[in-house]
Design a protein around this ligand. Structure first.
Ligand code: AMP
Length: 284
């Protein structure tokens, strides 16, 4: 695997790959890699000739400085995992490389409703910072295919809009959420859970799954979301931010025209903020 730390070097390499006619897939990450991240690399291998992964803990998307400071860094293990997955290129820039002129100029795009609710409401500025760095990375890597996880459902909806609004020639592929055996969504933040919190964390996926089962039995989405939120709230040790059941394409309330429904939740457990979601087709 080639490792580039400088923009001009990776750009040169990408140009030569494209000249040779290779298709490029790209999976941006913040490191502390787990099997979920590697599933994006695997999907990239299936869809393209050259898979690029980036590891960059982007300061501008952390609304909470303590969360940024505590973000796990496991770079040697990450490189080993990427090598084992036959990832072709790792882009590992410094903060100075990505922001030589400081943190100003977040993307000028107003993403509207999809960026203002849920994570947007609870982590002010997070999506502006995320879109800022993803746009920079897309301009550097110029991939044919961008791989993003369903785990960050709202994020991939916003990046989809970013690509459209900037008229970029990149196809966004959403990859399914990989889970631990008990159902907990894999996350870099899970390593910060102590044993009791880790045990409790499975509740999120359980309550999401239960919501989908009850939706299948025609439960009212609005009422159900309130009930599931209450369930989380009444569980000692869980401090939920939200539980929502929405149209998966628009993040607006479910209507008779809704084709896919998404149930999304975020909660603090043992001092760690976790998110998860599940999507269900309602046309069948
Ligand atoms: P992160 O390093 O957390 O910013 O995540 C980098 C990419 O990996 C994002 O597109 C995430 O949605 C994706 N990802 C994170 N966790 C998982 C998971 N459990 N399964 C699949 N993809 C994931």
């Amino acid at each position: 695997m080639l490792i580039f730390k400088h923009i001009k070097d990776i750009e040169k390499h990408i140009i030569s790959c494209k000249k040779a006619g290779y298709k490029i897939a790209f999976a941006p990450t913040m490191g502390a890699l787990h099997t979920g991240h590697i599933s994006l690399v695997d999907e990239g291998k299936r869809r393209a000739d050259v898979v690029v992964c980036s590891i960059f803990v982007n300061p501008t998307q952390f609304n909470d400085k303590a969360d940024f400071d505590k973000y796990p860094n496991t770079i040697s293990a990450d490189i080993e995992m990427l090598n084992d997955a036959a990832c072709d290129v790792l882009f590992l820039p410094s903060v100075k490389e990505m922001y030589p002129d400081g943190f100003g100029n977040p993307t000028s795009i107003d993403f509207g409703h999809v960026a203002n609710i849920l994570e947007g409401e609870h982590r002010p500025g997070h999506f502006d910072g995320m879109a800022q760095v993803v746009e920079k990375l897309l301009r550097i890597v110029t991939p044919h295919v961008l791989l993003m996880g369903q785990k960050d459902y709202q994020q991939q909806l916003i990046v989809r809009q970013l690509i459209k609004r900037r008229k970029m020639a990149t196809e966004l592929v959403m990859c399914p959420t990989l889970r631990e055996k008990d159902g907990l969504a894999m996350s870099s933040r899970n390593v910060r859970l102590d044993a009791p919190a880790r045990k409790l964390a499975v509740t999120l996926s359980k309550v999401l799954k239960d919501a989908l089962n009850r939706l299948k039995k025609k439960a009212n989405p609005g009422i159900l979301a309130i009930e599931q939120f209450k369930k989380l709230q009444e569980t000692p040790g869980i401090d939920p931010d939200y539980f929502a059941i929405l149209d998966a394409d628009t993040l607006m309330p479910v209507t008779a025209n809704t084709k896919k429904v998404v149930a999304l939740t975020a909660a603090v457990i043992g001092g760690v903020r976790l998110i998860d979601n599940m999507v269900m087709d309602v046309t069948r």
